[in-house]
Design a protein around this ligand. Structure first.
Ligand code: ATP
Ligand code: MG
Length: 429
């Protein structure tokens, strides 16, 4: 195939056999968010480049090397969103919906774009469900976000396969003091750091903490600890969060090296990680960003949020075989009709049944065909039952009802009684 007819590397089609699992996952999350009182917001996929530079930070991996940036026909620099927080903050500010201390509990879903090296669990177009809360500054809401994800893992059957890592970055003042101490320590060991860390030491020193390089990790063993620099307020906030997680019984691991990739976090940061997906182990990550709204031109506004990677979570459901049986069957009943008159009667009958059973997944055979070929299609559809309309049935105004899975004889059901009969024997989702 010529190259122009292929999808872009790292940008995947989600094929019909995969979409039921995506919809199950997305539906489960959406229902949970509704139940906890979160409202959906939808932002554009493209924003001014400046928005991401200002919010995410100039010296982060995303802004330095991962953004899809282009000039539009007016000469404006635009970027495909690499994450959702920046656009969400822009939207709430633009529409004034966080003004005067108004609490907003928002969520969004959609594609994000980062020019990374594609591999399992890491793509260039990927999908997130994200959530942002504004104007609540206590640890209770940090706890709620985590509790909600904990419930989600429970509902999805993957709770045993994920682990919560937690840290506090403190306020920007205490973080500043810690940064100074860290830079001083690391500068004294400059020669032992890997090249990337030497560079980060100058641009974004906290990021040295999450290096994968063994030599640098060895240097970090005796480095100053962030926890020793926490201000009282951040310490109390962190204790408040831990107390709430303890009260609900959610286990966590303190990870003092957890700093997150983006510049805007303060106080709480967390990640849900798994060892079931190889190197791409973080399935959900977030934290508090009390300074971000102000940094983007708004009034000081507390903020906290997270985002989860849908591909990684879907991959986890597949890997752990946590795919509910009912989502693999997409047809309940398949109607076969033989001859022109039967086809017309079948169409009308199907619509009547749909009026009475709006949740019934009823597929009407299209493309005519012999008894044998229609029956084959009925079977292949995965339907539990076939409905049959031929000359005999037409004459008697009945429909043949034939179980396709397991035992059971074919029965004749009067047209008027069909919906009632289906209601008793087809499990409705
Ligand atoms: P990572 O350390 O894996 O690169 P990140 O810190 O860059 O993740 P965030 O910006 O916090 O990720 O995004 C939240 C979640 O979105 C991640 O935990 C992950 O599940 C998912 N995610 C991020 N980047 C990708 C990607 N390129 N492909 C697929 N999923 C991704
Ligand atoms: Mg990343």
């Amino acid at each position: 195939m010529s190259k122009s007819l292929q999808a872009i590397r790292g940008m995947n089609d989600i094929l019909p056999e995969q979409t039921p699992l995506w919809r199950y996952f997305e539906g489960t999350v959406a229902r949970l968010l509704d139940n906890y009182g979160y409202k959906q917001i939808r932002m554009p996929i493209v924003e001014f480049t400046e928005l991401f530079k200002r919010s995410i930070g100039e010296v982060t991996d995303i802004v330095e090397k991962e953004m899809y940036t282009f000039e539009d026909r007016n000469g404006d620099s635009l970027t495909l969103r690499p994450e959702g927080t920046a656009a969400c903050v822009r939207a709430v500010l633009e529409h004034g919906i966080t003004g005067g201390g108004q609490v907003q509990k928002l969520w969004y879903i959609g594609p994000m774009f980062r020019h990374e090296r594609p591999q399992k669990g890491r793509y260039r177009q990927f999908h997130q469900i994200g959530l942002e809360v504004f104007n609540l500054d206590g640890p209770d809401i940090d706890a709620e976000l985590i509790i909600m994800t904990w419930r989600l893992w429970g509902e999805l059957g993957i709770r045993d396969a994920v682990k919560l890592e937690l840290n506090s970055l403190g306020t920007s003042e205490s973080r500043g003091r810690y940064r100074e101490a860290l830079v001083e320590y690391l500068s004294a060991h400059h020669d032992k750091l890997d090249e990337d860390s030497q560079r980060r030491l100058k641009t974004n020193p906290l990021r040295v903490l999450d290096t994968k390089n063994a030599d640098t990790q060895a240097v970090l063993v005796d480095a100053p600890k962030m926890a020793d620099y926490l201000d009282d307020e951040s310490r109390a906030h962190f204790e408040g969060l831990k107390a709430r997680l303890d009260a609900v019984g959610i286990p966590y691991v303190l990870n003092p090296k957890l700093v997150r990739g983006l510049d805007y976090y303060s106080k709480t940061v967390f990640e849900w990680v798994t060892d079931k997906l190889g190197a791409q182990g973080t399935v959900c990550a977030g934290g508090r960003y009390d300074g971000l709204v102000e940094q983007m031109g708004g009034k000081p506004t507390a903020g906290v949020g997270f985002a989860m990677g849908i591909e990684r979570l879907v991959l986890m459901l597949e890997t752990l075989e946590q795919i509910p049986e009912e989502i693999s069957r997409q047809v309940d009943v398949y109607l076969c009709a033989f001859g022109e008159q039967a086809e017309l009667a079948g169409l009308a009958l199907a619509e009547r049944v749909r009026d009475q059973l709006p949740n019934l997944r009823l597929q009407v055979n299209a493309g005519a065909g012999s008894f044998k070929s229609q029956f084959k299609k009925a079977d292949k559809s995965g339907a539990l039952h076939a409905l049959i309309l031929g000359d005999d049935e037409m004459a008697q105004q009945v429909v043949g009802f034939k179980p396709l899975r397991g035992q059971g004889e074919q029965q004749s059901i009067a047209w008027d009684a069909l919906a009632a009969h289906l209601a008793t024997c087809v499990v409705q989702g």
